[in-house]
Design a protein around this ligand. Sequence first.
Ligand code: GLU
Ligand code: MG
Length: 449
Amino acid sequence: MEQGHGAGQREQAQRRAQEAGLAAARLTAEGVRAVALTWVDVAGLTRVKVVPTTRLAQVAAYGVGMSPVFDVYLVDDSVTTSPHIGGPDGDLRLIPDLDRLTVLAAQPGWAWAPADRFEQSGRPHTACQRQFARRMTERAAERGIGLRMGFETEWVVDPPLAGPAYGMARIVERSQYVGDVLGALEAQGVEVLQIHPEYTPGQFEVSVAPADPVGAADLAVLVRETIRAVSLQHGLTPWFGPVIDPEGVGNGAHLHLSLWQDGRNLCRGGDGPSGMTATSESFLAGVLDALPALLAIGAPSPASYLRLAPSRWAGAFQCWGPENREAALRFVPGPPGAEDAANAEVKSFDPAANPYLVTGAVIAAGLAGVDAGLRLPDPVAGDPVNAEGARRLPGSLPEAVDHFMESATLREALGDALFEAIVAVRQGDTKLFDGRTPREIAEATRGRY
Ligand code: GLU
Ligand code: MG
């Protein structure tokens, strides 16, 4: 691998090694023995390689190996293939992002860092989801647009709780647990905005402060794995799948986003609808327009469509509205005096989605809207079931994939290798659950993510 490195790459590797050496010394002094390096695959599962802290410098410089075939893994760990990726050959290097190196509060002796994936030559892996999100962030920056994003995390614990939806009784029943989740996140430097019991028995939600797009996706991973660790310590099994019981309300992974220019929030202070600026309106119109195709990324499992139903606050209609929780795109103006909190929430996405693909694809769709000067349709108030012009979003994964395959914008943004891998994995997961009942699909997927 040394051979493929140009002089510049060798220098960069040395710099990373130096930085990692210092970090490793600090971690060792804190009793950290192992560092988990994660990335999220196309099916939405977080995969890992673990390295001893003593090897962190070496790994920061040259990475640790992992096969590219994981890009075509299905949700049950069976393997499909795609035109560019598949088969047993090849190796990629996982390089940790040291800026995000975090000591894990609920896993004593462990630290974590998200990884980017490179070829042995040192070139970025064309299907690296995290670098895709970064590329799209840079594209937005080239147009003078900064983005702040945040994912909500919803999950259900098993065994569930008896108290009512959003009920204080559920917090009292599990106050030690909820307190430990909060404590672990805070100890890791994660700024929690709120945490509460949700609609379904045993369901909770936590939201964290917005970050840059890649940072928001990293946080989605860190928050989920922290919740998993605390849950297991409490003898609870956490379910992050989109649907727990096909008859009930599922788990969403709503994406909040706002656009910024020169320190100014473009979602407010304009003369567009709900006070948006023209750039913000066009960006959101691009996202709304592309939603049927974006679902192949944000609602990526056959299970996603058991969740994405009307009257469950899941965002099943292709429309937008200020503070409308049934619209796919809810606009949040922010309370008087705190208008800088103005943002938009994409509600249709769920926790089976790879958060890096979500952030990158949403930016690509939004920038296409800006380039085309798209305008938003009229907002929808009330239940979109009754609204004219509020179309139902795709009701199945194959339907979403049909829209995805027609999206020149997403194909160009993702690049052929990643685009084709996404199509192959969606088709593979569809086949996997062909002829299975909703209950079987829910039971097979809810514990996988
Ligand atoms: N659990 C709902 C979903 O599936 C969301 C509820 C809420 O708006 O917080 O998206
Ligand atoms: Mg919620």
